[in-house]
Design a protein around this ligand. Structure first.
Ligand code: NAD
Length: 354
């Protein structure tokens, strides 16, 4: 058997593919459009590994989807592919609707068609796992309880609205058509291979380059952080034992204001790679105008996943952030290639389009 992953060249998808193949020999078919966020450099260690088949293509391409499903006969589809950056969704929401809403719909339809052709035992064992975000629940006040799975949907950005729409489609495909689905709603991830437009890698990269560290507004927006490999282990666990049609919140009980994250990154850099002039990296922090509609606080209540499926994160925030800073220091060439766009040239010599 095999599994089909969408978006497996992005941050979380690539971590998932690497983790999966480190723990199992079950092959992966990886469908990714390679937008600016998709980077096959993340998967360079799998060069020549017959367990990984990469296909460059769009989840909105029904003909391609039908062909891949028929050819590879997966026992599960894990749907990571998305436009994922909130700031970009404010400046250009259209791609978010195309991929996150229409693309997810096309994928669901293709998977439903494939699933209906499976023999009864395979049909019963099949899973469609949809990877989503806590941002669909909207924003919390400082005293509100953390988001449970029963929290109403209140998306505030074009990104979270498009993810909320896809969550609803997945739910409907289960209730209406019986498709065996699972949904995970996870808090902010951090870790290796994170594109340097996101908060933590941006701070590391800018700090090392001697550039300003831009912090939105007062920096007191609270996010709940999870090390990416813990997200991957949660997805594997939900795939293995999650109840059909259920959603599972995934989080590490690590609520932190953004400014604390930035200060932590600066302190770790002071320790691991002190500035040549003896100054502290925190002197590079610059407050910038807040983005419109910026949610104030997200917090995830992950008790359902912990109690029902026995999942627990392996990292604390302190251990995970230390590993992350160390990874960026050790992988300066990865960062340089992402920033120069050179990974695209490299990719074009490695793989053919579908
Ligand atoms: P990412 O932007 O790093 O990667 C997305 C990947 O999807 C890229 O490789 C991109 O090329 C691919 N892609 C985009 N449009 C596509 C299309 N039309 N067809 C095929 N491939 C396409 O995102 P990420 O941070 O790895 O997030 C992965 C998933 O997890 C997303 O669904 C996101 O909503 C969700 N999520 C992310 C976080 C987080 O903190 N990053 C938290 C919770 C949930």
């Amino acid at each position: 058997m095999s599994i089909l992953v969408t978006g497996g060249a992005g941050f979380i998808g690539a971590n998932f593919v690497l983790d999966w193949l480190a723990q199992s020999n079950e092959p992966i078919v990886n469908l990714d459009k390679l937008t600016y966020a998709g980077n096959l450099d993340n998967l360079a260690s799998l060069q020549g590994d017959g367990r990984h088949t990469f296909v460059q293509g769009d989840i909105g391409d029904r003909v391609l989807l039908d062909r891949l499903l028929a050819e590879h006969h997966p026992r599960a589809v894990l749907h990571f592919a998305a436009e994922s950056h909130v700031d970009r969704s404010i400046h250009g929401p259209e791609d978010f609707i195309q991929t996150n809403v229409l693309g997810s719909f096309r994928l669901l339809e293709a998977v439903r068609g494939y699933w209906n052709t499976l023999p009864e035992t395979e049909k019963a064992a099949f899973r469609f796992l949809h990877v989503s975000t806590d941002e669909v629940y909207g924003s919390l006040s400082p005293t509100d309880p953390a988001f449970a799975e029963t929290h109403r949907y209140e998306p505030n950005s074009p990104y979270s609205a498009s993810k909320a729409a896809s969550d609803h489609l997945v739910r409907a495909w289960h209730h209406t058509f019986g498709l065996p689905v699972l949904t995970t709603n996870c808090s902010n991830n951090y870790g290796p291979y994170h594109f340097p437009e996101k908060l933590i890698p941006l701070m590391i990269v800018n700090a090392l380059a001697g550039k300003p560290l831009p912090v939105y507004g007062d920096g007191m927006q609270v996010r709940d952080w999870l090390y990416v490999k813990d997200h991957c282990s949660a997805i594997r666990r939900v795939l293995q034992a999650g109840r059909l049609g259920e959603t599972y919140n995934v989080g590490g009980w690590n609520e932190k204001p953004n400014i604390e994250i930035v200060n932590t990154v600066c302190a770790l850099l002071d320790e691991m790679r002190p500035r040549a002039d003896g100054q502290r990296y925190a002197t590079q922090i610059t407050y910038v105008k807040d983005r419109p509609g910026h949610d104030r606080r997200y917090a995830i209540d992950a008790r359902k996943l912990e109690a029902e499926l026995g999942w627990k994160p392996a990292e604390t925030f302190e251990s995970g952030i230390r590993k992350t800073v160390a990874w960026y220091l050790a992988n300066a060439d990865w960062v340089a290639r992402v920033q120069s766009g050179a990974y695209r040239d490299w990719v074009s010599t490695q793989y053919e389009s579908a």
